[in-house]
Design a protein around this ligand. Sequence first.
Ligand code: FE2
Length: 281
Amino acid sequence: MLTEIQQQQYQRDGFLVLPAFKTPDEIAALRKRAEALVDAFEPDAVKSIFTTNEQSRHVDDYFMGSADKMRCFFEEEAFGPDGELRQAKALSINKIGHAMHDLDPVFERFSRGPALAALARDLGLAAPQVWQSMYIFKQPGIGGEVGWHQDASFFETTPITVTTFWFALEDATLENGCLWVPAGAGGHRTPLRERFVKHGAGARMEKLDATPWPDAQGAVPLEVPAGTLVVFHGLLPHYSAANRSAKSRHAYTLHVTDGGSEYSPANWLQRGAGLPVRGFE
Ligand code: FE2
């Protein structure tokens, strides 16, 4: 799947951009299915707002219970002061998470198969385990910023093996909030700065290391067309700016660890015997 040069690039930079990994038809099918899930969602039943902006945030039962379900989460700015949605429901959802790849046939088809299995192998994941899927909307106008973080904070293993598969479902640009990564090589060889672990009935972020995040001059944008797959190492710092443009920025992510590493029982996302974690086959 990957050339020798691409494998070296990944080792050096901690990420790899693979254009045209998914076809327009595959993307259209996933988008249509996500639209149907949002359509069926009853917003009054929950008003859980998800944001990664706060150092330590209250995470309610709705979030903690979503590890093995398909649940919709609102944008932080979705509600007005009166507690009502500012705009249509379909334009207010931040994301759907976190087990569509195991529960929904359309998502399953997109999330598995020989191409992904071969890629995972080339990235060093001998026994891939796909823990989480997220459909991220980054809505026009209100799509929230996601500040610098490392995905390994959410999927601690010993040793650290978590790898992110980030699919652009629409063109990701500077205007609609594309990904940013550190300029220069080696971002993924910096320490894990914090970890998001279970705490009481919820979970919280714990500081582990004082290494600073890159500054604004030390970051480069990854502007990529729809269909591109960006894979990156769990220790690579990254962020995405708010979307103040009139265009959405849909993306789909999978978080994958290697079965040979030890998955921390403190991670917020755990799977019971009813829905065991599986690979790409
Ligand atoms: Fe991330």
